[in-house]
Design a protein around this ligand. Structure first.
Ligand code: ACO
Length: 330
Protein backbone atom coordinates (compact mmCIF):
# COMPACT_ATOMS: atom_id res chain seq x y z
CA UNK A 1 0.00 0.00 0.00
CA UNK A 2 3.16 2.15 0.09
CA UNK A 3 2.34 4.51 -2.78
CA UNK A 4 -1.31 5.25 -2.02
CA UNK A 5 -2.21 8.91 -1.60
CA UNK A 6 -5.21 10.26 0.29
CA UNK A 7 -7.27 12.48 -2.00
CA UNK A 8 -10.23 14.75 -1.33
CA UNK A 9 -12.99 13.47 -3.64
CA UNK A 10 -15.83 15.73 -2.50
CA UNK A 11 -16.51 18.73 -0.27
CA UNK A 12 -19.63 20.30 1.17
CA UNK A 13 -20.05 23.31 3.41
CA UNK A 14 -22.86 24.56 5.58
CA UNK A 15 -23.48 28.01 7.03
CA UNK A 16 -26.55 28.99 9.06
CA UNK A 17 -29.00 31.48 7.57
CA UNK A 18 -28.77 34.26 10.15
CA UNK A 19 -26.33 37.01 9.06
CA UNK A 20 -24.75 39.07 11.86
CA UNK A 21 -23.56 42.27 10.20
CA UNK A 22 -21.02 44.82 11.39
CA UNK A 23 -23.91 47.31 11.57
CA UNK A 24 -25.70 45.07 14.09
CA UNK A 25 -22.48 44.69 16.13
CA UNK A 26 -22.19 48.49 16.19
CA UNK A 27 -25.49 48.45 18.15
CA UNK A 28 -24.18 45.83 20.60
CA UNK A 29 -20.64 47.02 21.50
CA UNK A 30 -18.44 50.11 21.14
CA UNK A 31 -17.09 49.41 17.65
CA UNK A 32 -17.34 50.65 14.08
CA UNK A 33 -17.72 49.03 10.67
CA UNK A 34 -14.54 50.86 9.67
CA UNK A 35 -12.47 49.38 12.57
CA UNK A 36 -13.72 45.85 11.96
CA UNK A 37 -13.12 45.91 8.19
CA UNK A 38 -9.70 47.57 8.30
CA UNK A 39 -8.37 45.51 11.27
CA UNK A 40 -9.86 42.11 10.30
CA UNK A 41 -11.42 42.14 6.80
CA UNK A 42 -14.73 40.82 8.20
CA UNK A 43 -18.04 42.29 6.97
CA UNK A 44 -20.49 39.72 8.27
CA UNK A 45 -20.67 36.30 9.87
CA UNK A 46 -23.36 33.59 10.26
CA UNK A 47 -24.98 32.60 13.56
CA UNK A 48 -26.72 29.30 14.33
CA UNK A 49 -30.05 30.21 15.92
CA UNK A 50 -32.51 27.87 17.60
CA UNK A 51 -32.61 25.95 20.85
CA UNK A 52 -30.68 22.70 21.13
CA UNK A 53 -28.67 23.04 17.93
CA UNK A 54 -24.96 22.28 17.72
CA UNK A 55 -22.14 21.43 15.30
CA UNK A 56 -23.57 17.93 14.77
CA UNK A 57 -26.72 19.43 13.24
CA UNK A 58 -24.75 21.56 10.78
CA UNK A 59 -22.47 18.61 9.98
CA UNK A 60 -25.30 16.12 9.44
CA UNK A 61 -26.87 18.44 6.84
CA UNK A 62 -23.55 18.93 5.06
CA UNK A 63 -22.70 15.21 5.12
CA UNK A 64 -26.08 14.31 3.60
CA UNK A 65 -25.32 16.65 0.67
CA UNK A 66 -21.71 15.44 0.42
CA UNK A 67 -22.86 11.81 0.11
CA UNK A 68 -25.52 12.78 -2.44
CA UNK A 69 -23.08 14.64 -4.67
CA UNK A 70 -20.37 11.95 -4.45
CA UNK A 71 -22.98 9.17 -4.85
CA UNK A 72 -21.70 7.31 -1.80
CA UNK A 73 -24.07 5.47 0.55
CA UNK A 74 -23.86 6.42 4.27
CA UNK A 75 -23.01 2.84 5.23
CA UNK A 76 -19.88 2.92 3.03
CA UNK A 77 -18.15 5.44 5.32
CA UNK A 78 -15.49 3.77 7.54
CA UNK A 79 -14.49 6.66 9.76
CA UNK A 80 -15.60 10.19 10.71
CA UNK A 81 -13.01 12.52 12.22
CA UNK A 82 -14.62 15.66 13.62
CA UNK A 83 -12.60 18.79 14.35
CA UNK A 84 -14.28 21.23 16.73
CA UNK A 85 -13.66 23.42 19.78
CA UNK A 86 -17.39 23.74 20.46
CA UNK A 87 -18.50 20.10 20.71
CA UNK A 88 -22.22 19.43 21.20
CA UNK A 89 -21.33 18.14 24.68
CA UNK A 90 -18.08 17.61 26.64
CA UNK A 91 -18.66 13.93 25.91
CA UNK A 92 -19.49 11.85 23.95
CA UNK A 93 -17.61 12.94 20.85
CA UNK A 94 -19.54 15.07 18.36
CA UNK A 95 -18.26 12.59 15.74
CA UNK A 96 -20.41 9.86 17.33
CA UNK A 97 -23.54 12.02 17.52
CA UNK A 98 -23.03 13.21 13.94
CA UNK A 99 -22.48 9.69 12.61
CA UNK A 100 -25.79 8.70 14.21
CA UNK A 101 -27.63 11.71 12.74
CA UNK A 102 -26.10 11.16 9.28
CA UNK A 103 -26.73 7.41 9.22
CA UNK A 104 -23.04 6.44 9.06
CA UNK A 105 -23.84 3.09 10.65
CA UNK A 106 -20.51 1.42 9.83
CA UNK A 107 -18.24 4.28 10.85
CA UNK A 108 -16.26 4.72 14.02
CA UNK A 109 -15.29 8.25 14.92
CA UNK A 110 -13.62 10.66 17.27
CA UNK A 111 -13.11 14.38 17.78
CA UNK A 112 -9.93 16.39 17.28
CA UNK A 113 -9.38 19.53 19.33
CA UNK A 114 -6.51 21.64 18.09
CA UNK A 115 -8.36 24.98 17.99
CA UNK A 116 -8.17 26.67 14.59
CA UNK A 117 -5.65 24.10 13.29
CA UNK A 118 -7.94 21.21 14.22
CA UNK A 119 -9.28 20.52 10.75
CA UNK A 120 -5.74 20.37 9.30
CA UNK A 121 -4.64 18.02 12.09
CA UNK A 122 -7.74 15.87 11.42
CA UNK A 123 -6.98 15.77 7.69
CA UNK A 124 -3.41 14.72 8.46
CA UNK A 125 -4.66 11.90 10.73
CA UNK A 126 -7.16 10.75 8.09
CA UNK A 127 -4.42 10.74 5.47
CA UNK A 128 -2.47 8.22 7.54
CA UNK A 129 -5.50 5.92 7.91
CA UNK A 130 -5.89 5.94 4.10
CA UNK A 131 -2.18 5.52 3.29
CA UNK A 132 -1.94 2.56 5.66
CA UNK A 133 -4.69 0.84 3.69
CA UNK A 134 -6.79 0.45 6.85
CA UNK A 135 -9.68 2.60 5.60
CA UNK A 136 -11.06 3.60 2.20
CA UNK A 137 -13.76 6.20 2.82
CA UNK A 138 -13.23 8.78 5.54
CA UNK A 139 -15.16 11.97 6.22
CA UNK A 140 -13.17 14.79 7.79
CA UNK A 141 -15.56 17.37 9.24
CA UNK A 142 -14.77 20.77 10.72
CA UNK A 143 -17.66 22.68 12.31
CA UNK A 144 -17.95 25.18 15.11
CA UNK A 145 -20.71 27.08 16.84
CA UNK A 146 -18.39 29.86 17.98
CA UNK A 147 -21.39 31.98 19.03
CA UNK A 148 -21.75 29.59 22.00
CA UNK A 149 -18.40 30.71 23.51
CA UNK A 150 -18.30 34.35 22.35
CA UNK A 151 -19.03 37.16 24.82
CA UNK A 152 -21.20 39.59 22.86
CA UNK A 153 -20.18 42.35 25.29
CA UNK A 154 -16.45 41.96 24.45
CA UNK A 155 -15.70 44.04 21.35
CA UNK A 156 -12.22 42.54 20.95
CA UNK A 157 -13.54 39.03 20.22
CA UNK A 158 -17.23 39.23 19.28
CA UNK A 159 -16.52 40.82 15.90
CA UNK A 160 -14.21 37.99 14.85
CA UNK A 161 -16.13 34.72 15.01
CA UNK A 162 -18.98 33.02 13.18
CA UNK A 163 -20.71 29.62 12.98
CA UNK A 164 -20.46 27.04 10.20
CA UNK A 165 -18.10 24.57 8.60
CA UNK A 166 -17.57 21.90 6.02
CA UNK A 167 -16.79 18.25 5.43
CA UNK A 168 -14.67 16.43 2.85
CA UNK A 169 -14.62 12.85 1.65
CA UNK A 170 -11.12 11.33 1.59
CA UNK A 171 -10.36 8.26 -0.56
CA UNK A 172 -7.25 6.44 -1.84
CA UNK A 173 -5.76 7.72 -5.11
CA UNK A 174 -2.82 6.44 -7.12
CA UNK A 175 -1.36 9.88 -7.92
CA UNK A 176 -3.24 12.95 -6.65
CA UNK A 177 -4.10 13.84 -3.07
CA UNK A 178 -2.02 14.81 -0.06
CA UNK A 179 1.67 15.01 -0.95
CA UNK A 180 3.24 16.44 2.21
CA UNK A 181 2.28 17.75 5.66
CA UNK A 182 3.92 19.78 8.43
CA UNK A 183 2.18 19.81 11.83
CA UNK A 184 3.63 21.73 14.78
CA UNK A 185 2.60 23.02 18.21
CA UNK A 186 3.84 24.92 21.26
CA UNK A 187 1.78 24.37 24.38
CA UNK A 188 3.33 27.33 26.18
CA UNK A 189 1.06 29.48 24.00
CA UNK A 190 -2.09 28.31 25.81
CA UNK A 191 -1.99 31.30 28.15
CA UNK A 192 -2.67 33.71 25.28
CA UNK A 193 -5.80 32.02 23.88
CA UNK A 194 -8.16 29.75 25.82
CA UNK A 195 -11.49 29.30 27.57
CA UNK A 196 -10.85 29.53 31.30
CA UNK A 197 -13.72 27.50 32.78
CA UNK A 198 -15.79 24.47 31.90
CA UNK A 199 -12.93 21.97 31.85
CA UNK A 200 -11.84 19.76 34.73
CA UNK A 201 -9.37 22.31 36.14
CA UNK A 202 -12.13 24.90 36.66
CA UNK A 203 -15.49 23.17 36.43
CA UNK A 204 -18.63 25.24 35.85
CA UNK A 205 -20.04 27.01 38.91
CA UNK A 206 -22.16 30.09 39.63
CA UNK A 207 -18.90 31.99 40.13
CA UNK A 208 -17.40 30.97 36.78
CA UNK A 209 -20.59 32.05 35.03
CA UNK A 210 -20.76 35.35 36.93
CA UNK A 211 -17.10 36.05 36.09
CA UNK A 212 -17.72 35.27 32.37
CA UNK A 213 -15.08 32.55 32.28
CA UNK A 214 -16.89 30.38 29.74
CA UNK A 215 -16.01 32.65 26.84
CA UNK A 216 -12.98 32.98 24.54
CA UNK A 217 -10.07 34.69 26.25
CA UNK A 218 -7.61 36.08 23.69
CA UNK A 219 -4.60 38.37 23.86
CA UNK A 220 -5.16 39.49 20.28
CA UNK A 221 -1.92 41.17 19.34
CA UNK A 222 0.23 38.37 20.83
CA UNK A 223 -1.77 35.74 18.93
CA UNK A 224 -1.60 37.87 15.79
CA UNK A 225 2.22 37.99 15.82
CA UNK A 226 2.57 34.25 16.48
CA UNK A 227 0.03 33.45 13.74
CA UNK A 228 1.87 35.55 11.16
CA UNK A 229 5.28 34.11 11.95
CA UNK A 230 4.30 30.42 12.23
CA UNK A 231 1.79 30.27 9.36
CA UNK A 232 4.19 32.12 7.08
CA UNK A 233 7.07 29.84 8.14
CA UNK A 234 5.36 26.49 7.47
CA UNK A 235 3.64 27.65 4.29
CA UNK A 236 6.98 28.67 2.80
CA UNK A 237 8.76 25.60 4.17
CA UNK A 238 6.31 23.17 2.56
CA UNK A 239 6.62 25.06 -0.72
CA UNK A 240 10.43 24.98 -0.65
CA UNK A 241 10.87 21.36 0.36
CA UNK A 242 8.54 20.27 -2.47
CA UNK A 243 10.38 22.59 -4.89
CA UNK A 244 7.19 24.46 -5.75
CA UNK A 245 7.50 27.91 -7.31
CA UNK A 246 4.73 30.49 -6.82
CA UNK A 247 3.73 29.90 -10.48
CA UNK A 248 3.12 26.22 -9.79
CA UNK A 249 0.72 26.86 -6.89
CA UNK A 250 -2.94 27.13 -7.92
CA UNK A 251 -4.19 28.37 -4.53
CA UNK A 252 -3.17 29.07 -0.97
CA UNK A 253 -6.06 27.97 1.29
CA UNK A 254 -5.43 29.77 4.58
CA UNK A 255 -7.31 29.63 7.87
CA UNK A 256 -9.50 32.75 7.92
CA UNK A 257 -8.73 34.53 11.22
CA UNK A 258 -7.69 37.95 9.97
CA UNK A 259 -7.17 39.31 6.45
CA UNK A 260 -3.89 40.90 7.54
CA UNK A 261 -2.52 37.52 8.68
CA UNK A 262 -3.54 35.95 5.35
CA UNK A 263 -1.89 38.78 3.44
CA UNK A 264 1.39 38.41 5.35
CA UNK A 265 1.45 34.65 4.60
CA UNK A 266 0.67 35.29 0.91
CA UNK A 267 3.44 37.89 0.56
CA UNK A 268 5.98 35.57 2.21
CA UNK A 269 5.12 32.98 -0.48
CA UNK A 270 5.30 35.63 -3.28
CA UNK A 271 1.79 34.72 -4.41
CA UNK A 272 -0.53 37.16 -6.22
CA UNK A 273 -3.83 38.01 -4.49
CA UNK A 274 -5.91 36.03 -6.99
CA UNK A 275 -4.23 32.80 -5.86
CA UNK A 276 -5.58 33.01 -2.33
CA UNK A 277 -8.97 31.67 -1.23
CA UNK A 278 -10.59 34.33 0.93
CA UNK A 279 -14.13 34.35 2.32
CA UNK A 280 -13.47 35.90 5.74
CA UNK A 281 -15.56 38.95 4.72
CA UNK A 282 -18.68 36.73 4.54
CA UNK A 283 -18.17 34.18 7.33
CA UNK A 284 -15.57 35.59 9.79
CA UNK A 285 -13.51 33.03 11.71
CA UNK A 286 -15.48 29.77 11.94
CA UNK A 287 -12.42 28.10 13.59
CA UNK A 288 -12.49 24.50 12.28
CA UNK A 289 -14.80 25.46 9.44
CA UNK A 290 -12.72 27.98 7.55
CA UNK A 291 -10.60 25.77 5.26
CA UNK A 292 -13.35 23.32 4.20
CA UNK A 293 -15.67 26.30 3.61
CA UNK A 294 -13.08 27.78 1.24
CA UNK A 295 -12.63 24.47 -0.62
CA UNK A 296 -16.42 24.20 -0.94
CA UNK A 297 -16.75 27.70 -2.40
CA UNK A 298 -13.88 27.20 -4.86
CA UNK A 299 -14.69 23.55 -5.72
CA UNK A 300 -15.97 24.23 -9.24
CA UNK A 301 -12.84 26.22 -10.15
CA UNK A 302 -10.45 23.41 -9.19
CA UNK A 303 -8.96 20.90 -11.62
CA UNK A 304 -7.14 17.58 -11.28
CA UNK A 305 -3.46 18.15 -10.51
CA UNK A 306 -3.93 21.68 -9.11
CA UNK A 307 -1.36 22.31 -6.37
CA UNK A 308 -2.95 23.66 -3.16
CA UNK A 309 -1.24 24.73 0.06
CA UNK A 310 -3.49 24.60 3.11
CA UNK A 311 -2.26 26.50 6.15
CA UNK A 312 -3.57 27.27 9.65
CA UNK A 313 -2.72 28.65 13.08
CA UNK A 314 -4.74 28.45 16.29
CA UNK A 315 -4.95 28.16 20.04
CA UNK A 316 -2.59 25.72 21.69
CA UNK A 317 -0.60 27.14 20.00
CA UNK A 318 -1.02 24.83 17.02
CA UNK A 319 -0.13 25.37 13.39
CA UNK A 320 0.57 23.46 10.21
CA UNK A 321 0.53 23.27 6.42
CA UNK A 322 -0.56 20.63 3.92
CA UNK A 323 0.46 20.37 0.27
CA UNK A 324 -2.06 18.49 -1.86
CA UNK A 325 -2.81 17.89 -5.51
CA UNK A 326 -6.52 18.33 -6.19
CA UNK A 327 -8.04 15.12 -7.58
CA UNK A 328 -11.17 16.00 -9.56
CA UNK A 329 -13.20 18.53 -11.51
CA UNK A 330 -16.83 18.95 -10.63
N1 ACO B 1 -13.69 47.93 17.75
C1 ACO B 1 -12.97 49.03 18.06
N2 ACO B 1 -11.81 48.97 18.75
C2 ACO B 1 -11.37 47.76 19.13
C3 ACO B 1 -12.08 46.58 18.84
C4 ACO B 1 -13.29 46.71 18.13
N3 ACO B 1 -14.05 45.65 17.79
N4 ACO B 1 -11.40 45.54 19.33
C5 ACO B 1 -10.30 46.02 19.91
N5 ACO B 1 -10.29 47.38 19.80
C6 ACO B 1 -9.29 48.31 20.29
C7 ACO B 1 -8.56 47.79 21.49
O1 ACO B 1 -9.31 48.06 22.67
C8 ACO B 1 -7.30 48.60 21.45
O2 ACO B 1 -7.56 49.88 21.98
P1 ACO B 1 -6.47 50.62 22.89
O3 ACO B 1 -5.27 50.80 21.98
O4 ACO B 1 -7.16 51.88 23.27
O5 ACO B 1 -6.19 49.69 24.03
C9 ACO B 1 -7.03 48.76 19.95
O6 ACO B 1 -8.28 48.48 19.30
C10 ACO B 1 -5.96 47.83 19.40
O7 ACO B 1 -6.21 46.52 19.95
P2 ACO B 1 -5.38 45.29 19.49
O8 ACO B 1 -5.89 44.03 20.14
O9 ACO B 1 -3.91 45.61 19.63
O10 ACO B 1 -5.78 45.28 17.95
P3 ACO B 1 -5.15 44.46 16.80
O11 ACO B 1 -4.76 45.36 15.71
O12 ACO B 1 -4.17 43.45 17.28
O13 ACO B 1 -6.43 43.64 16.27
C11 ACO B 1 -7.35 41.44 16.47
C12 ACO B 1 -7.12 42.81 17.14
C13 ACO B 1 -8.23 41.66 15.27
C14 ACO B 1 -8.02 40.52 17.46
C15 ACO B 1 -5.99 40.86 16.04
O14 ACO B 1 -5.10 40.95 17.10
C16 ACO B 1 -6.07 39.43 15.60
O15 ACO B 1 -6.60 39.13 14.56
N6 ACO B 1 -5.44 38.50 16.34
C17 ACO B 1 -5.27 37.13 15.92
C18 ACO B 1 -6.54 36.33 15.98
C19 ACO B 1 -6.19 34.89 15.64
O16 ACO B 1 -5.50 34.58 14.70
N7 ACO B 1 -6.64 33.97 16.48
C20 ACO B 1 -6.22 32.59 16.30
C21 ACO B 1 -7.28 31.76 15.86
S1 ACO B 1 -8.66 31.78 16.96
C22 ACO B 1 -8.70 30.21 17.69
O17 ACO B 1 -7.79 29.46 17.67
C23 ACO B 1 -9.99 29.86 18.41
Amino acid sequence: MGNLKAAITGVQGFVPEYVLTNAELEQMVDTTEEWIVTRTGIKERRILKGEGKGPSDMAALAIAKLLEKTQIQPEEIDLLIFATVTPDMVFPATANVTAYKAGLINAFGFDVNAACSGWLYALDAAKNYIESGAHQKIIVAGFDKMSSIVDYEDRATCVLFGDGGGAVLLEPHAEFGIQDTIMESDGSGWVHLHQKAGGSVLPPSHETVDQKLHYIYQEGSHVFKAAVSQMAKVSKEIMDRNRLSADEIAYLVPHQANLRIIDAVRRNMSLPEEKVMINIHKFGNTTNGTIPLCLWEWEEKLNPGDNLILSAFGGGFTWGAIYLKWAYHR
